[in-house]
Structure formats: C-alpha cells, structure tokens
Design a protein around this ligand. Structure first.
Ligand code: NAP
Ligand code: GLV
Length: 309
C-alpha cells in the first residue's frame, strides 16, 4: 500500500504542496481530511495543536515546515519516539541571506539618514565607512547564520559569529559559549540574531546585552520575537545606545496595534517575512529523507529536542 503524507500548511499554499509531491511515490492528504488515522506515515506541519499528532499511531517521521522548531516544543505536541526533521532548503536560506544583507547595508550605508534627508530636502553627504571597518556580529552560526555570515564576509565586512560550539568559517571570527558572549558583543556594531528560540536564548536581546554593544550599534532580529525584550530595546533606542533596529519577528504576531515599535522612527518592521519555506524546494528535502528512511540510511537535519533545536 502507498505511504501517506499528511500536510498542515498555510491554507493558501496546500495546493502548491500537493503539486510539489506529484512525482513522488506517496499519497498526500490534507490535514483537514486525514482519512483513516492509522494510514498516516509522515506529517509535514506548521504549528500543529497540542495532542493533534498523537491521533496518528503509525507516524514514522514529522517534518517541520519552518526552520525554527519552537512551534513543536510545547507539551504534548510531538509524540514520543517520533523523530522531527527541521526544514533546510535553499530558498529559505537564500531569502534569509537577502534579508540580512539588505538590513546590514541599510545601516552600514546610512540609508535611514538619507531617507530622512530626502523628506527634508537636505543634501548632506556622509563619509563612507569601508565594509572591512564595519564589525557585524551574528548570533547563531547555523544553516541560516552561517550562510549570511559567508555572504557578508564576501562583501568584505568584518564578520564574527557566536554559537554554542566553535566554528571554522572562512572570513568569520568564531566566538562560542556563554563566556565569550561579552567579547563578541563588545566588538559588534551591527548585531544580527539568527538563533533558535530555546530556554538558553530567550530574551538574549535584553538591556544588559544591548548595553554591552558599542554605543550607536544596530540590531537586526530575524530569529524569534522571544529573543527580544521589546521594552528594553525601546529604552535602548531612546537612549541612543541602539541607533536603529530592523525587526522581522515579535513576541506577539501580528504585532499588536498598540506597540510603540510601529511608530518608532528608528525601527524597521517586516511581518515575519525574512525568509519563507518554498513548497517546491522543500519537497525535495522531505523526499530525500523519506527515501533515506525507506533505504534504512541516516536521516538529515534531525532535531535534537534535548538541546532545543
Ligand atoms: P540552526 O542551523 O539550528 O542554527 C542554530 C545556531 O544557533 C547554531 O549555530 C547553534 O550553535 C546556535 N545556538 C543555539 N543555541 C545556542 C546557545 N544557547 N548559545 C549559542 N549559540 C546557540 O538553525 P537555522 O536553520 O540557522 O535557523 C535559525 C533560526 O532562524 C530558526 O530557529 C528560526 O527561529 C529563525 N528563522 C526565522 C525566519 C524568519 O523568517 N524570520 C525564517 C527561518 C528561520 P551550534 O552551531 O554550536 O549548535
Ligand atoms: C520561519 O520563521 C521558520 O522558522 O522557518
């Protein structure tokens, strides 16, 4: 009997997902019409409700539609003994690299100031700082942080990254572990957050850490809203400790209307679009892993729930 893949995607994209598996030997079913629960072999999901996946007793693998796994970390979401594969695909990675480059260049080349000058019809030239004198620091040097770091290094920026374990990436200085965070922050003029949200990384963009950056530093958060203490960031912006912030993710999404972030003159908001999983490209990642499972080969990008990502 053909194996069954159940998909819980953004409703508007379900058709695209179904088409992406058209040539693969699997029957695709929509989350809202799963049929016989015992027949479901794989689930490809975004934000399933607690308890929902437990309805499928023969699940072999769960695929996260997002790179982040925080949507699967709550109690009773992932059934015991079922592995989760995180999303790694080139459209998602390329999109994040574009978002990071765009915002680093925005701050590096004084674009907010030039846009304000234009509104005031002011002709004001600023001296350019060479990229190699601009110190960019990336929190999280995984799939997305590593790709963004490589692209920034290729443009000549002075790039460093902070991760749990030491890295050797060409043109990127590696800081790792809690003891090296202070050193990393002290040298970072443009800070990019691309960490997963875990108990160890929650609130990392807080008053204490923001104050360890050089005065007038910039912050780019494309990790998760839970990484940022929004009130403390606003206070740091008010003091001029932080000169600008590009924020793609928020504690509450959509960002509530009453948030002062919306109207702050030095905050640049996007609605969690830094990068998006593309059905066609990601289907290949799913197909590769199902094929590996069928051939009893090691799987790729298996989530480690004990470490939280
Ligand atoms: P990843 O490959 O798992 O990389 C995570 C990185 O964070 C690794 O370098 C890891 O260190 C580091 N890290 C984790 N916990 C740490 C800790 N306690 N201290 C120091 N470093 C720590 O993840 P990814 O694919 O790059 O994705 C990163 C995050 O981006 C996702 O979890 C998601 O939240 C976010 N995201 C956002 C969007 C968006 O549109 N805004 C889109 C996709 C993803 P090691 O390398 O040493 O393990
Ligand atoms: C999006 O936020 C993702 O985790 O892929």
């Amino acid at each position: 009997m053909q194996e069954v893949l159940l998909i819980k995607a953004d409703l508007e994209r379900t058709d695209e997902w179904v088409a992406a598996f058209a040539d693969f030997d699997v029957e695709v079913r929509d989350w809202n019409s799963p049929g016989n629960a015992e027949q479901i072999d794989y689930a490809l999901v975004w934000q399933p409700e607690a308890g929902a996946l437990a309805r499928f007793p023969n699940l072999k693998l769960i695929f996260s539609i997002g790179a982040g796994l925080d949507h699967l970390m709550g109690d009773n979401i992932v059934p015991p003994n079922v592995s989760v594969i995180r999303m790694v695909e080139r459209v998602l990675t390329a999109g994040m690299t574009e978002y990071v480059l765009y915002n680093v260049l925005r701050f590096h080349r004084f674009m907010p100031q030039y846009e304000a000058d234009q509104r005031n019809q002011v002709w004001n030239e600023r001296f350019q700082i060479p990229a190699w004198e601009r110190r960019v620091g990336i929190l999280g040097l995984g799939v997305l942080g590593g790709a963004a770091a490589a692209a920034l290094a290729a443009l000549g920026f002075a790039v460093a990254g902070w991760s749990r374990s030491e890295k050797t990436l060409p043109g990127v200085v590696s800081y790792y572990g809690k003891p090296q965070l202070a050193q990393f922050l002290a040298r970072t003029e443009i800070l990019v957050c691309l960490l997963p949200l875990t108990e160890h990384t929650e609130n990392i963009l807080n008053a204490d850490h923001l104050s360890q950056l050089p005065k007038g530093a910039f912050v780019i958060n494309a990790g998760r809203g839970g990484h940022c203490n929004e009130d403390e960031l606003l206070a740091a912006l008010e003091r001029g400790q932080i000169a600008g912030a590009a924020l793609d993710v928020f504690r509450e999404e959509p960002l509530r209307q009453s948030s002062r972030l919306w109207t702050h003159p030095h905050v640049y908001i996007t609605p969690h679009i830094a990068s998006m999983t593309a059905p066609a490209a990601s289907a290949q990642h799913v197909i590769d892993n199902i094929t590996r499972l069928r051939a009893a080969q090691p799987l790729t990008h298996v989530a480690d729930f004990a470490r939280g990502y």
